[in-house]
Design a protein around this ligand. Sequence first.
Ligand SMILES: [Zn+2]
Length: 306
Amino acid sequence: MSNCPVCSENKGLRKIESFREYTIYHCPSCDVVYSQPMKNPGSQWYEKGYVDDNMMNEFLPLPIIWWHRQFLESTETYGKDLLDIGCGTGRFLYEARSLGYRVSGIDFNSESIRIAKKRFGLNEVERLSVDALSAKYPEKKFDVITFFEVLEHMEDPNKFISQVKALLKPGGTIALSVPNRERVLDSLGEGDYPPHHLTRWSKKALRIFLEKNGFEVRSIKVKEFTVDDVSLVMTHKLVGKAKRKLTKGVATAASENRSAPFILRNYQLIKKLKDYALRGALLPLIPALKVLKLNGWTIFCTARMK
Ligand SMILES: [Zn+2]
């Protein structure tokens, strides 16, 4: 068995499960769960098979996600130059810009980039990898780099974090989120398996990883389990397949330059209505969840380069 791809240790590696051609291991030294082989399917795969919900309808208001709020509502100051890796359709950058950040973003998906430019007037967004960004603008450095739900997709987390570091100004800050492995409900389904997610993180694993890579962890917070988590499970379990079909339909329509059918164009609205209905039905659970304070599905973390 090869060594842990995150901390290079080989002591006590334990097989957790098999999934298709992958085997999933836990490393007790760094507490990361990883898949073998650990191979990112590449930008083509993301461009074809990975469609942001926000792309479903360009005109409806897009949601601000929990991890975005953690960053945007923080009173910490980090400096003005911000890069978002995996910026998607740019909703976060749009909000950050309104707070006074000079924002840049990169993403694998050219359709997301197109929407970010068109809808939010974001000029500094490009379809680039971190590597390509450094090569294109060797002088460009940032005060803060954000990467929400990105790390778990990386086939070499150490290489990725060192590339991020190279783009930071001295003492710069990173803000990120990863799915929380220690969540009480399996709310991500197949989405949490390779080739989609190559690693799974706990608070402990994330802290060890960042400290080993020269960062001082400033804040680390697990999202509290709420009705949203329940709603997410239901979405994945009930409509996962249908949704993948829908997203493909939208992508195809967009690539052929025609507008998608009604149900696709209004997917975001339909989803909103479904969420409201679901939340309404789950309302009686809220007081119990408030008392129980269970672990939700994602971790937000900020860390400063030492
Ligand atoms: Zn390890």
